[in-house]
Design a protein around this ligand. Structure first.
Ligand code: RI2
Length: 287
């Protein structure tokens, strides 16, 4: 029997009241502070993992808390340590990433990523002038969250429908997206439509970067596991049912490394193939 706090975090994550890989990981971990025994911790972790399948940052966080508590830390201390790790990674990503935003340039993004938001906010705070093209990210329109947040930072935004990606990618100097997972062979899993944007950027010779904490690396992919792709409720796409019509609604897609110009991480700008070895050096406990 898991605690009410753990159940609430599970539901908030499953229904996307909490969205974005980083927020999902932290909401799951925070709820662990309610557990009172080692057995309850294991049960809560096993339960939370099922809230969203494509979230290695949450899985890594749960593993980290279990590992640190066995080494003598309290759950609260271990959760705090993971939170600090994420926050300092995001600070570093923002600092490095802001240098890649050129004056008077156009940045294109897809969905809503806190890592991308931190980079763009930092560049704006440094006084750079640029504008953003944001894809709306059907079916749940997280692109609107991106547009509203950027407008609050004083950054002009053009919101477009996802199918206008190819028409607009030529106007962009840089595409910058977030990640939900990075695999051992350098593939990036992110919101459905990301790989289409990467393909369009490749054809248009537009630089395509991924802003991601290394904590999103999926260690299971080292031993051959394929990253699971979450299939969401068909009702998010179309509330009606029709004979002979099947609605499919995968939340994520996979972008191959050859379409990725760089991965912007807390350890600097990496090529996608070197993410695994950098994780091995940075977060030994993860592998
Ligand atoms: P941060 C989101 O997934 C998007 O795919 C976004 O790019 C990614 O998480 C990373 O977000 P969803 O929760 O961790 O909207 O950078 O399905 O915030």
């Amino acid at each position: 029997m898991v605690s009410a706090e753990v159940k609430k975090a599970f539901n908030d994550i499953k229904t996307l009241r909490v969205q974005g890989a980083t927020n999902v990981a932290m909401a799951a971990l925070k709820s662990l502070e309610s557990v009172r025994s080692k057995k309850a911790l294991v049960e809560a972790a096993d339960f939370l993992v099922k809230s969203r399948p494509t979230e290695p940052m949450m899985r890594n966080g749960l593993k980290y808390v279990r590992y640190k508590t066995s080494a003598g830390l309290t759950v609260k201390q271990a959760v705090k340590a993971y939170e600090i790790m994420i926050d300092s990674a995001l600070d570093r990503i923002a600092e490095i990433g802001a240098r890649r935003i050129k004056e008077d340039s156009v940045v294109m993004t897809h969905c809503h990523s806190s890592a991308v938001m931190r980079v763009l906010k930092k560049a704006r705070q440094e006084g750079k002038k640029f504008r953003v093209i944001a894809c709306e990210a059907r079916p749940l329109f997280q692109g609107r969250i991106t547009a509203a947040e950027l407008s609050g930072y004083g950054i002009p935004v053009t919101l477009i429908v996802d199918s206008a990606m190819r028409s607009y990618v030529n106007d962009a100097d840089l595409c910058l997206v977030g990640a939900d997972a990075i695999t051992a062979d350098g593939h990036v899993v992110n919101k459905i439509g990301t790989s289409m944007l990467a393909l369009a950027a490749h054809e248009a010779r537009t630089e395509f970067g991924v802003a991601s904490e290394l904590l999103k690396f999926d260690p299971d992919t080292v031993s051959g596991a394929l990253e699971p792709i979450e299939e969401r409720d068909a009702k998010e796409v179309w509330g009606e049912k029709h004979k002979n019509v099947t609605v499919e609604n995968p939340a994520f897609d996979v972008t191959p490394p050859e379409y990725i110009s760089f991965v912007l991480t807390e350890q600097g700008i990496l090529n996608p193939y070197s993410v695994f070895s950098t994780v091995e050096h940075t977060y030994r406990w993860m592998i």
